[in-house]
Design a protein around this ligand. Structure first.
Ligand code: ADP
Ligand code: ZN
Ligand code: MG
Length: 474
């Protein structure tokens, strides 16, 4: 019989900070600029150049540490992590090692092991990938990215499924975005996630040997990669084999995992304290400045949407984790007296369906207009289906919903008008009436269809049904 296995997952996240300048020099940060236009002797590792720590990066890292409920180290230091690679001109990366900036935190159900500051490597362009400078088969280096401030966040191995990893990753991304410390763009590599995965027989408490999946650049790939890795490890264990500790690459196209290298260990890097930088010793002033800069975070906002506004959990999370939707929703709520749940549904369903991933604040429909439209639906002055058409117009052209309803003759049919339309429909279809009287409830659909056609959607379905039943006593 096949054994039951429990997956164990821990994540390591690299987040590029959107500071003005690099981590240890005054070069401006850039993305997509002409290669090697943002460099200096410091980030190119010239002899005799001396690094200095970017205060804005420290401020952002403190904010992240606090948002993740960490203990902030009263004194943390930088180390040199030594290795050779063409994207690393100094031959070492300046990072933090045994005394990181922040430790022992939590976000949602996942404990945070540590948060530390480091610098990014430069960018290698392989044959043809830049479309210029070099021929296929050659590789070149763009040092613009080298020295970009990074925060690395390491979780405890608290995650138990691929879906949970993706969901937690989304929460972290929303949190970093809300903090305003990074543009968290996974396509452009400003948020990069490595997943450490192991499996163990259900009930076992010690950890199995893990493999590390590098640099997953979307949450969908993260979930797929972890799923594939769990299956791979389970089949090894089922055959009585042993999982090897190694670093893997997941190819989302083929869904295959390939080995990048066998696992390296900390001692391989010859870490030693960076002699050219002073320790980070946050003053009271630095700490309170970071604390005061913290906005309401997505997890707390979702909680508030649930408990104060009565939104269902899933809707609350969806709006809170996409801060721009949450902002839009709250602006609409403040603008009109529309019911919070109804308004939230319009934002998450109709609006998101039309706008996709883009920010509704940048569209033509104002929060006030949406709130007014939803208010009109609630007051039954426009039908649900016509309101969706009005929404489409507002998204394309902007404007005032009441005026659009008026201009397009979409106002609800009045009582008298509706009653006479219902009478006519009943007279026109005696067969349906017979069937309804005989207990065939489906036949009412034919009459309702006729009424809705006649009113061009300017009627409330429930009201029409009520009137029909009242008339024929079915
Ligand atoms: P390493 O020394 O190999 O870098 P760490 O102990 O620093 O390992 O952990 C790195 C990441 O791997 C952390 O996110 C941690 O939670 C996770 N991790 C550690 N051991 C395991 C394991 N056995 N299974 C899954 N994840 C693990
Ligand atoms: Zn520089
Ligand atoms: Mg580690």
């Amino acid at each position: 019989m096949a054994e039951n296995y429990e997956p164990v997952i821990g994540l390591e996240i690299h987040c590029q900070l959107s500071t003005q300048t690099k981590m240890f020099c005054s070069c401006a940060l850039s993305f997509g600029d002409e290669p090697n236009t943002h460099t200096c002797p410091i980030c190119l590792g010239h002899p005799g150049s001396l690094p200095f720590t970017n205060a804005e990066a420290v401020h952002f890292a403190l904010m992240i540490g606090m948002a993740l409920e960490c203990e902030i180290a009263p004194r943390s230091i930088f180390h040199r992590k030594n290795y050779f690679y063409p994207d690393l001109p100094k031959g070492y990366q300046i990072s933090q090692y045994d005394i990181p900036l922040a430790t022992n935190g939590r976000l949602g159900d996942v404990r945070i092991h540590r948060v530390h500051l480091e610098e990014d490597a430069a960018k290698l362009l392989h044959g043809g990938s830049s479309g210029r400078i070099h021929d296929a088969g050659e590789s070149t280096v763009d040092f613009n990215r080298g020295g970009t401030p990074l925060v690395e966040i390491v979780t405890e191995p608290d995650i138990r499924s691929p879906a949970e990893a993706a969901e937690w990753g989304r929460l972290l991304r929303a949190t970093l975005k809300r903090l305003g410390v990074s543009d968290v763009n996974m396509d452009e590599g400003s948020l990069r996630i490595d997943a450490n995965v192991s499996v163990r027989p259900a009930g076992e408490t010690t950890l199995g040997t893990k493999a590390e999946l590098k640099n997953m650049n979307s949450f969908r790939f993260l979930e797929q990669g972890i799923t594939a890795e769990i299956a791979r490890q389970e089949s090894i264990l089922q055959r009585g084999g042993e999982v090897e500790q190694e670093t893997l690459h997941f190819d989302p196209q083929t869904r295959e995992l390939s080995s990048l290298r066998s696992k390296e260990y900390a001692h391989d890097y010859r870490y030693f304290p960076e002699p050219d930088l002073v320790p980070i010793v946050p003053t009271e002033q630095m700490l309170s400045r970071a604390r005061e800069a913290l906005p309401e975070l997505p997890a707390a906002r979702a909680q508030r949407f649930e408990s104060d506004l009565g939104l269902p959990e899933e809707t609350a999370k969806l709006l809170a984790f996409r801060s721009e939707l949450g902002d839009y929703f709250e602006a609409a709520l403040a603008a009109d007296s529309a019911d919070a749940r109804t308004l939230a549904n319009w934002v998450r369903n109709e609006l998101v369906q039309r706008l996709g991933d883009s920010d509704p604040a940048e569209s033509k429909i104002t929060p006030e207009a949406l709130a007014r439209l939803v208010g009109m639906v609630e007051a039954k002055s426009v039908s649900q289906s016509n309101a969706k058409e009005v929404l489409a117009v507002l998204v394309d052209e902007g404007g005032d919903p009441a005026q659009i309803v008026e201009e397009r003759g979409m106002s609800m049919a009045g009582d008298d008008e509706l009653e006479s339309i219902v009478s006519r429909a009943i007279e026109a279809d005696p067969e349906a009436v017979e069937q309804i009287k005989a207990g065939n409830q489906k036949a009412i659909g034919a009459l309702m269809g006729a009424v809705m056609r006649e009113t061009k959607g300017r009627a409330d379905g429930k009201e029409v049904q009520r009137l029909i039943r009242e008339r024929i006593g079915g």
